[in-house]
Ligand binder design. Sequence first.
Ligand code: NAP
Length: 253
Amino acid sequence: MNDPFGIPETVLVLGATSEIATDMAVTLADNGAQRFILAARSVDKLDELDRRITDKGAEVAARVTFDATDLDSHRSLIDGIWSDHGRVDLVLVAFGLLDTAVADGSVSPTDIAMVNYVGAVSLIEPVAEKMVGQGDGVIAVLSSVAAERPRGSNRLYASAKAGLDSYARGLGDALEPKGVRVLVIRPGFVHTRMTEGLQPAPLSVHPPAVSDALMKGLTGKRSVVWAPPPVRVLMSVLRHLPTGLYRRVTKGR
Ligand SMILES: NC(=O)c1ccc[n+]([C@@H]2O[C@H](COP(=O)([O-])OP(=O)(O)OC[C@H]3O[C@@H](n4cnc5c(N)ncnc54)[C@H](OP(=O)(O)O)[C@@H]3O)[C@@H](O)[C@H]2O)c1
């Protein structure tokens, strides 16, 4: 159950090895969240996060293995979590892949759409059903400012995030009368493993700024929050620039 200040008791983190998710989980534990279910591709990478959560006085109730591309496993994964833990108050959807992963040769272009959009929808749908069943809950979705307007270099990621962002906002509209909130978080450039080696964009931040946006979202009423807040203004300018000017402004990025 969320406390009167919007702090969840039990949190499921999908993509718990993400640097942003790690900071969010520790911040939530610091603010009173009591129980965490950490889901990741490699649960053996979660020792450090487990220790940091435990140090804050919260409990890691389970570590669960999942892959966003393994669509057939998602419903039973979510069923299993609800059946083992009874209820979940907040689900953080934090996994993602940038176009640079394709350049590395480790994934294909369609994997970017699969992970960021198809995999996310495939997991969020059964989560939404469970939360409607329990009558409340929050689904916090890591979108991106890239959802607002793509660049040539991030077209796979940006288009998938645009789909995810649109899906999440529509889901929020559908679930609001049923007591379930969907919170869309749109970070700008965040210094993490995902952006390592890339030229930082204006208003770049570190993961705690995204955790601040999450906390503001949980304790407030907005359905979309930005990190840092001024990227909202920057993106409202950028998304309306004529194509030629936009290409010049974003050249080399
Ligand atoms: N960094 C930014 O500038 C930025 C800006 C806006 C939005 N975001 C979004 O914020 C979220 C977290 O990003 P981050 O910066 O913290 O990046 P990160 O540290 O690279 O984390 C990415 C996460 O995605 C997971 N992942 C990738 N493919 C997966 C798959 N097939 N199945 C399950 N998990 C998978 C990774 O797991 P492994 O550890 O197993 O690789 C990792 O946990 C992402 O949704 C990202 O798109 C980031």
